[in-house]
Design a protein around this ligand. Sequence first.
Ligand code: BTN
Length: 264
Amino acid sequence: MTDSIIKEEIISSSNKISSYNIIVLKTVNSTNSYSKELAKNNATHETVVIADKQTEGRGRLDREFFSPEGTGIYISILLKPDKISLSPSLLTVAAGVAVCRTINSISKNTPTIKWVNDIFIGGKKVCGILAESTTDTKSNTINNIIVGIGLNVTTPSNVFPGKLGEIAGSLFPENTTRNEIIVKIIEEFKNIYDFYDKESLVEEYKSYSCVLDKKISFTKCGETFVGIATDINIEGNLIVELDSGKTITLKSGEVSLGSANFAR
Ligand code: BTN
């Protein structure tokens, strides 16, 4: 079965996503970077860039996101903050939930989310999400949000370079094409940012979390902290009760499960 990403197939298989302006590219440096360029040239709300391969795929904390040809899904969805009901800070949470719903609908494997937005199956990271924004310099307000989603679909474990092979995995869905997965993700995502309320979204996000009630560690200003992740609040922030007895609210960053840095 060929599994090419085909724009016509994506568009014709769902009328729920007819408002999207879908752009499919064979190769791009990064779909997020490409979307930022489109944003400079007045790209409209719900412009979606999808690539078969990225040469400079980016992750959070300036990491590379390995994006080989033909075996992954690399999508960026550009949104205008004034056209959505959900607060921009929860869009990354919404994307995580959309991907988990998609995985549940096409695979027997159970996805979990490591806060903020790494999605794991069976201890391996299969998906990462990178939300970025652009600011209008005159009004100093956010005028574009770009939600980038990278999902390893059929990338064999021996293809991931170096140490990434120990951390990353793939979805390996049965009888589902990348086009079908793309449609499902963007349908679910749109459903959430158009109709879902904050409380239900965060509750659903929490149901996928693999860090809640677990011992975690994180680094802040060069210092390592250890504690129990007790909750995720309505803004998607992680609440941690530190071993020192203090409670801390994490708005961004990265946590590791356990007291050592072994989750990545
Ligand atoms: C992470 O794991 O830290 C986030 C990875 C996000 C990767 C996606 S792939 C599509 C979009 N384009 C990029 O360059 N990055 C995001």
